[in-house]
Design a protein around this ligand. Structure first.
Ligand SMILES: [Zn+2]
Length: 103
């Protein structure tokens, strides 16, 4: 899957930038490092958004089952939803699901 690889590469780049910003913060401790801090927060937000675009398999909830309907758990936020209408994304956090092998 080429898209997933591209996303993972992008995430690696963002992590690398966070490392650089952290080093920068240590170097400029005395003069205030708020801009480095802002950069780190920004990259972290980007990483979270990118990670949700990588399809993950939803977990099937075996303990709690709704009659005639399977209950799934989002691998990202842990919220439950029924499998009546298999969505491509989590309603709660936007995580992309990989439904291959489920149907
Ligand atoms: Zn979710």
């Amino acid at each position: 899957m080429e898209t997933q690889k591209a996303l993972e590469k992008h995430i690696e780049e963002c992590k690398h930038r966070i490392e650089i910003a952290k080093e920068c913060m240590l170097l400029h401790k005395d003069v205030g490092a708020s801009s480095c801090m802002d950069n780190i927060k920004e990259w972290e937000t980007v990483i979270l958004a990118l990670e949700k675009q990588i399809p993950k398999k939803a977990k099937e909830d075996t303990e709690e089952s709704v009659r005639y309907c399977k209950v799934y758990i989002c691998p990202s936020c842990g919220e439950k939803f029924t499998g009546g209408s298999l969505s491509n994304n989590c309603y709660h956090c936007g995580q992309t699901f990989d439904w291959r092998g489920w149907e």
